[in-house]
Design a protein around this ligand. Sequence first.
Ligand SMILES: Cc1ncc(COP(=O)(O)O)c(C=O)c1O
Length: 373
Amino acid sequence: MSRLDPLRHLEGELAALEERGLLRTPPAPTMEGAALLNLCSNDYLGYASEPWPEDLLGRSGAGASRLVTGNFAAHEVAESALAGWLHTEAALLFSSGYAANVGTVAALAGRGDVVVSDALNHASLIDGCRLSGAEVRVVPHLDLAATEAALAGAHGARRRWVVTESYFSMDGDSPDLPRLRAICDRHDAALVLDEAHVLGVFGPHGRGLAAESGVVADVLIGTAGKSLGLHSAFVAGSHALRLWLWNRARSFVFSTGVSPVLASALVHRIRCVEADDVGRARLVARGAQLRAGLAALGVPDVAAGRGPVIPWIIGSADAAVALSGRLREQGILVQAIRPPTVPTGSARLRITVHARLSSEDIERALAAFRATR
Ligand SMILES: Cc1ncc(COP(=O)(O)O)c(C=O)c1O
């Protein structure tokens, strides 16, 4: 008897996605030194293109979970360096920001708890909330009154958690962190803060927006995949938090330890990023230049923003993809971001700046935006 392909439904599902303008196919590999000007990476300080330091030696692989035989001195040195940089008692490495968020939220919150989660939180935070078994109350984006109301109505819960980002990667906006901290304190809630897009970018020595605003998160999450220009991620906080995650974060416990040589590279990179006030100043200057130019072209809502992310909301997925294609023909690489990454009807160009762009690069980009819109 001939066997039916149990995956035969996929062709049809893919065709349906394509029909709705939502099919994503792997883009051409990003070419080093190509003529295209890259205005859509998360490598905000420009370190990702640097070669591995020549004197960086170490084991390539951990060979096992950290809990088994995969715990090496390089991990602990990197975790001390992270804790020192971020002014926390301790830190724990994860293999990615996705793994850190899913594992941390699900390990901390549980049945009987209430988690208040911003409507635009990253997928990894959403998945962590879902896995936790807690009751999740999704509040409108950046709505602190709704956050407070959700917490006020949760005093009967075992514990309360607020899960949010300090800088939203698709919108380039931020919660009022001092007010949010005060709300958490009033309702005995823990603040879980994802600083993925602002570590290295804002704050004293690039310590992020919480540090900039004098706020201490109970759980601070960052990734090495953005300003640090590497790969892997970390959760920073108390010794007790680190040990709890060591025991209970399933994406940590049941996963191979981060490559020890990568952990050593991370220490080197933290030192570079901490000291890079010049890069941070350039990033601010290039962002301001591009925002002013886009506002002059009539792009709405860009002038007031800050930081590396500049969203240009187009609306329809097809129109955003078409504009991205026309820009590519002009030598500018800006990907269109479509649902489900952003809400339906808000497809956009997510433009990002980085510290190694020159003023001429920004002028070149603006000329292309002018010619294609
Ligand atoms: C806010 C936020 N958190 C976490 C992540 C995941 O980080 P990583 O790329 O290291 O998995 C991302 C990446 O897109 C992000 O934007």
